[in-house]
Design a protein around this ligand. Structure first.
Ligand code: TRP
Length: 450
């Protein structure tokens, strides 16, 4: 019940480099082996479209990033590994979220503001060349996270604002429609090195200073040769601080090896020799993965199958939530609209909509309604139509929804805490009530949303 869900995505616009490996791929593979955590890793190809109108490149990058993750040891059986665009619920949820997102908040998003500022400096229209996709980036990202009710999202510092916006959007939605979403937290690992690139700035595609993760051995050697160093000659002691050669080595070597390398710097190792040692150390680490990577790239159908299997797992979670969300916002079947028009205005609870199969039909339902006293109530109606729980009146539908959410999330265990919100029904059998509430909890995917 209390497994924590961790989710992260990589945008599919480029070929993975060493910085992606150290900053994102390696830590996520390590984290996926933790017990008690359910990990979601995905290829953010819908995000890729925002920056990259090149179809071949989107496809190629998706393939390469997926292969890199698998070659680095990600086990698709243990985690939910999928491609964003296979989860149709994500764009659908994006629209629901769009309708509760303040435009003013999006105006303040760093990426959008940076584009507007650049235009301002060159005297262009503020929105020149800015797509609505770039503007909406944070809402799509919020949908990625909220559709799985992820608790933790490991990201780089540059993404923290997006997580704040996600929380803001989730709060707003919960406020309007009931408690559907967990408020996710950004996880920024300060131990995860930001790897310097060839020029000493952060290794990043946008600085064009990267070293390919799975290039050939010769390419690796050539790229390492291009790392900028100072002009000290062999024999002169060299500073490790600020040296990209040293920092990249450190990100791959064990502490003892790093100690020896530090010593060699103090003793004046030449840059050529230092780069040779870096190359050998990197290649030792990367060669086995590179072999797996190449085998995977040669067999794209295998990757495709893994992603489709992952998408099925992901949609098993996304789809029932989306059913509830559609119901919550009023995108509903019309057949039962009559009863609602005469007072029962909402039945946003689990089980009231999806499917209608035998198992569903045997489930109790929460019904929300408003009485003539103007207050908001809910009751839990058993499979045979008996009232099992009856709330007292609330000031707002939201308060009622919160009590429902807590009962859904915790089952019978929530009864004691919610006692003040419930009326006493002496004719109800407590044991039967407890059993039904627990059943409801166990079939509820947003179980811990409260
Ligand atoms: N915006 C992220 C990046 O550029 C990629 C991303 C898209 C993401 N959706 C996400 C990361 C959801 C975490 C969670 O790095």
């Amino acid at each position: 019940m209390s497994t924590s869900r961790v989710l992260t995505g990589i945008t599919t616009t480029g070929t993975p480099h060493l910085g992606n490996y150290v900053g994102a791929i390696r830590p996520s593979v390590a984290a996926s082996n933790n017990a008690g955590v359910q990990s979601f890793y995905f290829l953010a190809d819908l995000h890729g479209l925002i920056k990259c109108p090149e179809p071949q490149r989107i496809q190629r990058s998706t393939l390469e990033i997926a292969a890199s993750w698998l070659a680095a040891g990600l086990d698709p059986e243990r985690v939910v590994f999928y491609r964003q665009s296979d989860i149709v619920e994500i764009p659908e949820l994006t629209w629901l979220l769009t309708c509760v997102t303040g435009k003013g908040m999006l105006n303040r998003a760093h990426a959008y503001k940076a584009a507007v500022d650049r235009n301002g400096q060159t005297g262009l229209d503020p929105d020149a060349d800015v797509t609505a996709g770039l503007f909406m980036y944070p809402v799509l990202m919020a949908a990625d996270i909220l559709i799985f009710n992820a608790h933790k999202v490991p990201v780089g510092r540059d993404q923290v604002q997006h997580l704040e916006m996600t929380r803001d959007i989730a709060l707003r939605f919960n406020h309007l429609y009931g408690d559907h979403f967990v408020l996710p937290e950004a996880v920024i690992d300060d131990d995860v090195a930001t790897l310097p690139g060839l020029d000493g700035r952060k290794m990043s595609k946008s600085y064009d200073n990267t070293i390919a993760l799975f290039g050939s051995r010769a390419q690796l050697q050539k790229e390492i040769a291009a790392i900028v160093t100072d002009s000290r000659s062999p024999g002169e002691p060299k500073a490790t601080e600020g040296s990209a050669v040293f920092q990249i080595y450190q990100a791959f070597a064990a502490p003892a090896e790093t100690g020896e390398f530090r010593q060699a710097f103090a003793e004046g190792i030449g840059w050529g020799a230092a780069k040779e040692r870096l190359f050998e150390r990197l290649d030792q680490e990367l060669a086995p993965m590179r072999a797996r990577y190449e085998a995977l790239l040669a067999d794209p159908a295998r990757i495709e199958a893994a992603l489709l299997a992952g998408a099925r797992k992901a949609r098993n979670i996304a789809e029932p939530l989306m059913v509830r969300l559609r119901e919550a916002v009023g995108l509903r079947r019309l057949a039962d609209a009559k009863g609602r028009a005469s007072g029962t205005w909402s039945a946003a609870a689990t089980g009231s909509v999806a499917g209608g199969g035998a198992a569903k039909a045997a489930m109790p339902l929460f019904k929300q309604y408003r009485e003539r006293d103007g207050r908001f109530y809910f009751k839990l109606v058993g499979p045979q139509g008996r009232t099992l729980l009856q709330s007292r009146g609330f000031e707002s539908p939201n308060e009622a929804a919160q009590v429902i959410a807590s009962l859904q999330a915790r089952g019978a265990a929530a009864l004691a805490a919610q006692q003040a919100s419930l009326q006493d029904l002496p004719e109800v059998n407590d044991a039967e009530l407890a059993r039904l509430l627990d059943r409801l909890r166990d079939t509820d995917d947003t179980g811990d949303a409260a």
